[in-house]
Design a protein around this ligand. Structure first.
Ligand code: SF4
Length: 346
């Protein structure tokens, strides 16, 4: 979104005028997984707003399933590589769109050069991914942010020396200020797309808040081209949080906007339970609409007026509103399907 250089990650362009791309990282090993299930889950994640997905590529046992996942072409696939440069070569050969490496843990420089050469030959992007927790060297008297930036600039100069420029850089820390400082400093010295992330940020609430704080401060400085909200929780939550952060920052406008009441002692419809039931499904709807889920008749009809579709209820009777007008009432067990039928009409 903000850098002048653009990286090509499969069919997703990162940097320049392109929208901030949302990423997540698959949460299980793939060697013994059912790839059909993984591919189905990737389709749901894509519908929710995910642009790029990363997989740990741990050993050659991952190769066959990794290849199937890449060949499904649901979205660009990234291989996460640590220590063994040959795994990066395998992942590139298997069809990934990007590899994420930390040259500091790959070993001698020639091994990184091998990866860069293979990436160049196959039009694969590389993310130089540095985390505070695995810095290649410690800087005497330097802050962790400084050490990350210096290391990234050094690796970048290697890449440039090898005439490779399809590069993204990430500088992550579990400390918010370190993450911000590192990205601000790096952006002042290099014009390479930046992948933003606060690592080990905790559960849904802690991570969403920390990431929102860090990312919006960076977005305000026109820094950040792709992002991951790292959550100790589901990857679906990561995508949901990322979409909401981009929306709050005014960087993404499309998709379903959910308006829901917190529920109070006056409620006659379980807005909390119903939201939980339908939220992920709502997030896959590819329409620019507002859906209101309200707990009672006090505010329900009022919010219904401002929403494209709204729902509230009394006991087992559920009321559906369509573009501000009471549309019909249904039994509680039919509420979800009736809501989505109504959304289909929009
Ligand atoms: S809509 Fe009703 S149930 Fe929900 S918070 Fe307002 S008064 Fe309470």
């Amino acid at each position: 979104m903000f850098s002048r250089k653009v990286a090509r990650v499969g069919n997703v362009l990162v940097g320049g005028d392109n929208p901030v791309a949302i990423q997540t990282m698959y949460d299980s090993q793939i060697a013994d997984c059912d790839t059909d299930q993984i591919i189905h889950r990737m389709k749901v994640l894509k519908a929710m707003g995910c642009d790029i997905i990363r997989f740990s590529y741990v050993s050659s046992r991952d190769r066959d399933n990794f290849r199937k996942i890449c060949e499904a072409r649901v979205m660009p696939v990234v291989a996460d590589i640590h220590f063994d440069y040959r795994m990066a070569l395998e992942a590139i050969e298997a069809g990934c769109s990007k590899v994420r490496i930390n040259p500091g843990n790959i070993g001698p420089k020639w091994k990184t050069e091998e990866v860069v050469r293979a990436a160049k030959d196959n039009d694969v992007a590389i993310r130089i991914g540095l985390n505070c927790g695995s810095l290649p060297r410690t800087g005497e008297g330097n802050s962790k942010a400084d050490v990350m930036v210096d290391s990234a600039l050094e690796y970048l100069s290697w890449f440039e020396g090898w005439n490779f420029d399809n590069t993204v850089v990430s500088l992550k820390s579990s400390d918010i200020q370190t993450t911000i400082d590192a990205n601000v400093k790096f952006a002042s010295q290099a014009d390479v797309p930046l992948h933003l992330g606060v690592t080990e940020a905790g559960g849904v609430i802690a991570s969403s808040i920390r990431s929102t704080y860090a990312f919006t401060r960076l977005f305000d400085k026109k820094i950040g081209d792709t992002m991951r909200v790292s959550i100790t929780g589901s990857i679906e939550d990561e995508i949901h949080a990322a979409v909401e952060i981009l929306r709050a920052a005014g960087l993404r406008k499309s998709g379903v906007r959910i308006v829901s009441c917190p529920r109070c002692g006056r409620h006659t419809f379980d807005s909390q339970g119903f939201l939980k039931q339908v939220e992920n499904r709502l997030l896959t709807v590819d329409k620019d609409i507002t859906v209101a889920i309200m707990g009672c008749q006090v505010n329900g009809p009022g919010e219904a007026k401002n929403a494209d579709v709204a729902i509230t209820g009394i006991g087992r009777k559920v009321f559906l509103y369509y573009q501000g007008q009471l549309y019909k009432d249904v039994e509680l067990e039919n509420a979800e399907e009736s809501l989505f039928e109504l959304i289909d009409r929009l």
